[in-house]
Design a protein around this ligand. Sequence first.
Ligand code: PEP
Ligand code: MN
Length: 344
Amino acid sequence: MVIIMKPHAPKEEILVLKGKLENQGFQVSVTDGENYCVIGLIGDTSKVEVGKIQANEYVEKVLKVQQSYKLANRLFHPEDTVVDINGASIGGSSDLAVIAGPCSVESEEQIVEIAKSVKKSGAKFLRGGAFKPRTSPYSFQGLKTRGLDLLKTAREETGLPIVTEIMSPNMIDKFVEDVDIIQVGARNMQNFDLLKELGKTRKPILLKRGLSATIEELLMSAEYIMSEGNENVILCERGIRTFENYTRNTLDLSAIPAIKKLSHLPVIVDPSHAAGLWWMVEPLAKAAVAVGADGLIIEVHNDPENALCDGQQSITPKRFENLMCDINKLVGAGVRPVYSSANV
Ligand code: PEP
Ligand code: MN
């Protein structure tokens, strides 16, 4: 960290600040320039409260060299994290992990039929919302615990591990018991109480990027979970709010190489919520593979026109089958880049 003092900052004030920083355990060097005095800090600055330094009336600017996240940082953990889910894995050199299923669980027939078809096409995990975060309180809110039971039935029928979204810390025990990967949705990415409680479990957590969250904010949210001891975090780019409104969100494909450089955590892409349009799911899914995503999460519905949620962005099982065929060809052709601390 570098602190630039204001021109003509009194010498004694510089020494007071230097002393304070030394007391916090940093190695501090003071360099006097012609106009500015620059203080350099060596040590683990990830926990420094920059705001407090900036509040000093003689400080002109603070430049952070090190990121505030540590456990999620590739710098301190160069090898890729591989998250194990009952023998299936996501991250590192694992196969592309494809999670597929409806936005919401609607009935036993619906979830079992979709689970069987996506499994046949090569999906390795089943998704399905039981507790739905809807913009309107009058929209379908999910089947709640009945939805979890139906997901378990679909898991029994197919063997696919299940992924579903949690909304409240009150439900954590139930989710730990019932679910294989707990999803934290975009709207809860900064629900810090929820993140901390999930950090106390050892369940794999699928953490989706917030609607207007920066990459750094996403990684800080991962840090919340990890700092409580749970290192099984999978990140998800699902599109962000921009001025563009043709699509529901804007898929930030550059987030994938950026996250791969900054972090060792696996990162997957959700082309369904990014586009909000079923016909864009295929090209965006392929693009995600080409930029090096560790996996995909795709909404598949057997009757999109009558879906209770997100039919407009759901692809049919047949389209999913074709997409998986194309994706396998892409993967077979070696288009997936491999990121490591040596090449990013
Ligand atoms: C979902 O996956 O069903 C969902 C609501 O996604 P997001 O949190 O990304 O909007
Ligand atoms: Mn959805």
